[in-house]
Design a protein around this ligand. Sequence first.
Ligand SMILES: *[C@@H]1O[C@H](CO)[C@@H](O)[C@H](O)[C@H]1NC(C)=O
Ligand SMILES: *[C@@H]1O[C@H](CO)[C@@H](O)[C@H](O)[C@H]1NC(C)=O
Ligand SMILES: *[C@@H]1O[C@H](CO)[C@@H](O)[C@H](O)[C@H]1NC(C)=O
Length: 142
Amino acid sequence: MELASARLLRGQIPWRGLLLTASLLTYWSPLTTAQLTVDAVPPNVVEEKSVLLLVHNLPQEFRVFYWYKGTTTDLKSEIARYVRSDNMSQEGFAHSGRETIYSNGSLFFQNVTKKDEGTYTLSVIDRDYNALQMPVQFRVYP
Ligand SMILES: *[C@@H]1O[C@H](CO)[C@@H](O)[C@H](O)[C@H]1NC(C)=O
Ligand SMILES: *[C@@H]1O[C@H](CO)[C@@H](O)[C@H](O)[C@H]1NC(C)=O
Ligand SMILES: *[C@@H]1O[C@H](CO)[C@@H](O)[C@H](O)[C@H]1NC(C)=O
């Protein structure tokens, strides 16, 4: 994953910016600049309310991304996927009927119950077919 992020970042640096970037990199890690991250908004959800699993820095030329319930990225745990070349989303086995997947990577989860609490994993297949995985958690309160 670190390799993939580094490659993505290098690809985005224009020639003219190289000198400036080189000096900035002595202060900031290059991996924090374009790193894929996911936030649960809000992280603590009231039962029957909704939560947005918000994705930042989705690779621009990704091929597919998947959302999974839990940390295992198998078919059984797949909530939904989005295929960029087809501009099409598809529900998986773990879809409960309350999740909406957006082309920007985010997953909207409605009417949560205590059983929904826990970890969800985003998996992105980038242009070079690297899989980037990012977990996110939310808690559910009565
Ligand atoms: C993808 O499809 C949706 C409707 O399903 C449409 O509103 C949107 O403009 C399409 N986006 C692209 C990039 O084709
Ligand atoms: C993605 O799309 C959803 C629905 O339109 C929106 O609520 C969310 O803010 C968007 N996320 C980003 C990172 O733009
Ligand atoms: C939310 O789910 C509960 C059952 O878990 C159901 O009774 C209720 O009607 C649902 N509310 C909405 C707005 O879908």
